[in-house]
Write a protein that binds this ligand. Structure first.
Ligand code: ASP
Length: 336
C-alpha cells in the first residue's frame, strides 16, 4: 500500500525563481514534484501537496509562522503517515526546533527539507533532497521532527545550518546524525527518539520580540548591554565564549545582568562554538555569570534555545519554571 505523505510547501530556494531583484519565492510546482518522485519509482497515489499561504524566503519567517506550520500539521495529522515541510534553509533549524516543541509527543515523521539551488535549475540539489525526504517521511521508525538535507538526516532541534553553499548544508554538531543517505538509508537506530505513548501537542502562540540575543566580543563596551538591560527583555541569550565565559572586568555589566534576572528576565549563556557544551563552573569568568543568575545552555543549539524560550514563555510559565524546564529535554534537544 502506498504511504499517505503530505508535502507542505512553505517556500525557500527549492521553489524559487530568478528575478531582476534576485531569487524570489514562487508558487509550488506540484506537478513537477509529483513527476520527480515518480521518476524515482515512488508511488505517489497517497501523496498530497499543500501550499501554506504565500511562499516566503525563510529569512522572513517569524515565530508566528512556526505555530502556523504546526497547526496545519495538527489539522492534517490523522490523514497522513508522514509530513514533508519544504522550507528555506536560512531559518530551517529554528523552525525545526520550534516544531519539535509545538508537536510534542509526535508519533509520525515530520521531515524538513529544501535546497541550495532552485528545483527549476538543472544542477539543483532539490530532487535528491526531496526523494530522500520522502523515504524518511515514509519510514515507520521516525517519531520526531528531522532535517533531511544532503547526505544526512538530523534531529531537527539539534540541527544547524553550517554551510551556505555546500549540498551538505546542515549538521548536528552536538548530537550524532540520525542517518546517512546513500543507496539506502543507514539509520543510527539508537539515536532515534522512541515512539511516545501519545501526542501532547502544545500549539501555543508565540510573542515575537520576547527573546533577545547579545553576542559578547572582546573589548566591546558593556555599556550598550547595560543600557539595553534597563528595560529587561523576558529572555536574553548571551552568546558567550567557549565553555560559557565572558568579560568580568566590568562589575557594572554583571550587576546589570543580576538586576535583570532579579526582575524576572531569563538569562541563558550559549557558546559561540558550534561544537560545545556550556559549563559555567569551569572558569572563574563563567562562574561570575552564574553568580549573576545566568544559566548555561549545556549542549542546546542557539536555534533550539531561541525556540524553546519562546515556547516556555508562551506556555505562561513563571521565570523559575522556565529556567528549570529549559534544562529538561522535551523533544531530545539536550543531553540529560
Ligand atoms: N534564503 C533562502 C531561504 O531561506 C535560502 C534557502 O532556502 O536555501 O528561504
Amino acid at each position: 500500500m502506498s504511504q499517505r505523505i503530505c508535502v507542505l510547501y512553505v517556500g525557500g530556494t527549492i521553489g524559487m525563481s530568478a528575478s531582476a531583484g534576485g531569487l524570489v519565492p514562487s508558487k509550488v510546482d506540484g506537478d513537477g514534484i509529483m513527476q520527480l518522485l515518480q521518476m524515482a519509482a515512488i508511488d505517489t497515489s497517497g501523496l498530497s501537496i499543500v501550499a501554506l499561504g504565500n511562499p516566503i524566503d525563510s529569512a522572513d519567517a517569524t515565530p508566528a509562522d512556526w505555530t502556523r506550520i504546526a497547526r496545519r500539521i495538527a489539522e492534517l495529522y490523522n490523514d497522513y503517515d508522514g509530513f514533508i515541510v519544504l522550507h528555506g534553509t536560512d531559518t530551517m533549524a529554528y523552525t525545526a526546533s520550534a516544531l519539535s516543541f509545538l508537536l510534542r509527543g509526535l508519533k509520525k515523521p515530520v521531515v524538513l527539507t529544501g535546497a541550495q539551488i532552485p528545483l527549476a535549475q538543472s544542477t539543483s540539489d532539490g530532487p535528491a533532497n526531496l526523494i530522500a525526504a520522502y523515504r524518511v517521511a515514509a519510514s515507520a521508525q521516525v517519531h520526531e521532527v528531522v532535517v533531511c538535507f544532503g547526505r544526512y538526516v538530523l534531529r531537527g532541534n539539534r540541527s544547524r545550518k553550517l554551510n551556505a553553499h555546500r549540498f551538505d548544508a546542515f549538521d548536528s554538531p552536538n548530537f550524532p546524525r540520525l542517518a546517512e543517505i546513500g543507496e539506502s538509508i543507514s539509520w543510527n537506530a539508537e539515536s532515534l527518539l522512541p515512539c511516545p505513548d501519545k501526542e501532547r501537542f502544545e500549539l501555543v502562540d508565540y510573542r515575537a520580540g520576547a527573546v533577545l540575543s547579545w553576542r559578547l566580543m572582546p573589548g566591546a563596551a558593556g555599556d550598550a548591554l547595560i543600557e539595553r538591560l534597563a528595560r529587561p527583555p523576558r529572555a536574553l541569550i548571551l552568546e558567550s565564549y567557549g565553555a560559557g565565559t565572558g568579560p568580568t572586568r566590568d562589575p557594572a555589566l554583571l550587576r546589570a545582568i543580576a538586576h535583570a534576572v532579579a526582575d524576572g528576565s531569563i538569562c541563558v549563556a550559549i557558546s559561540q562554538c558550534p561544537w560545545s557544551e556550556v559549563d559555567l563552573a569551569l572558569y572563574a569568568t563563567g562562574r561570575a555569570y552564574a553568580t549573576a543568575g545566568v544559566i548555561g545552555a549545556r549542549d542546546l543549539t542557539f536555534e533550539s534555545v531561541y525556540a524553546k524560550l519562546h515556547h516556555l514563555l508562551a506556555l505562561g510559565l513563571k521565570p523559575d519554571a522556565v529556567r528549570r524546564e529549559l534544562l529538561l529535554a522535551r523533544a531530545g534537544e539536550l543531553t540529560a
